[in-house]
Ligand binder design. Structure first.
Ligand code: ZN
Length: 137
């Protein structure tokens, strides 16, 4: 069973500016916004074929997105892989030596359960795993 890209996460300073830019680029309007308080972000999703693009704006200076933009500027922040059973996948990857960031799994946007693999153990890429809730996404 291969991986499927659920979405690409892009860190932006200002959703109000980034949303119309990506709507023009992708030829489709934003599909909806959501604040994920536990992660310190407000997100906006765009459908792109079978996948999505997630714009992330920090909700405060302590947000991981604020820190990422401070260090590296705006741009691609993480790759999210859809998984059917996140508990099993976290256990499998931990068994292979992958390091996770914070609690894994935990609640994410859209009622999904998510986990983040540390970039140090994934080739410099922050990888999010996401399991859809009962109603899908
Ligand atoms: Zn994400």
């Amino acid at each position: 069973m291969g991986a499927r890209i659920d979405h690409l996460g892009i860190a932006v300073k200002d959703l109000a500016r980034a949303e119309p830019l990506f709507a023009a680029l992708l030829g489709t309007p934003a599909a909806g916004r959501e604040v994920v308080a536990s992660e310190g972000v407000e997100v906006s999703f765009f459908r792109v074929g079978e996948s999505r693009i997630e714009l992330l704006q920090a909700t405060g200076p302590e947000s991981p997105i604020a820190r990422a933009i401070e260090r590296r500027g705006e741009g691609v922040h993480h790759v999210c892989l859809a998984v059917d059973d996140i508990d099993a996948e976290v256990a499998r990857l931990r068994g292979l030596g992958f390091q996770f960031v914070g609690d894994a799994p935990r609640p994410g946007a859209g009622g999904h359960r998510v986990a983040f693999i540390h970039p140090k153990s994934a080739g410099g890429v922050l990888v999010e795993l996401s399991q859809a809730g009962e109603g899908g996404h």
